[in-house]
Design a protein around this ligand. Sequence first.
Ligand code: ZN
Length: 241
Amino acid sequence: MRYAVLSDVHANLEALRAVLDDVAAQADAVVCLGDVVGYGADPLPCVEMLAERAEAFVAGNHEHGVAGLLPVTWFNRYARAAIEWTGQHLDDDHRAWLAARPLVHELHDATLVHASPRQPDEWEYLIGAEDGWSAFGDFATRLCFIGHSHRPAVWSLGSSGPDYEAGLGDLPLESGRRYIINVGSVGQPRDRDPRAAYAVWDCDARRVTLRRVAYDVATARRKIVAAGLPRFLADRLAVAE
Ligand code: ZN
């Protein structure tokens, strides 16, 4: 079984469509790590596409913001503007559906969570080496897939010691090691590569591979500006920081 692990779509329909086209040849099923909404101009079609396609869908901080489960004061001013705009462009049914997504989901030997397995509703950022290593006690499975920082990374622990790498390429899963894997962001990458990012987890081949997919950034930017969302959010797609 091969799973496409998608995180942080952020209402970027152009990026999501390009990724799902790529997924067709790469994976058998889709799972979603949250933050499908917020920042971009197409929350509704992104939610509907993933509600239909994703075998598992955990909530991110933007789902909780839009659903009223996390106060808007928690967010910076750009995210707050996006959450208020998004709230006006989703109906009650969609908000309720997003509010009902779990924070954590276990699939085979992996835990799926948006930000961190340690207190998932604290929305902690795992960025540096120590951040990840200290979270291994907070999940029981061999693997943990996360998003949230929009930066691919991998932490691992095993008998040969701890390892951390900013970035993710083609990762063979060694027996006896446990991993926390950040799959990056489909709709708003922040690792200086503007292409959409997602990971393919091949359970049988015991391998996780990061995929990068070029998409129509110009159209996604134009739609953000036309929607009246902050221009910063449009420009950010091009610089990917
Ligand atoms: Zn996000």
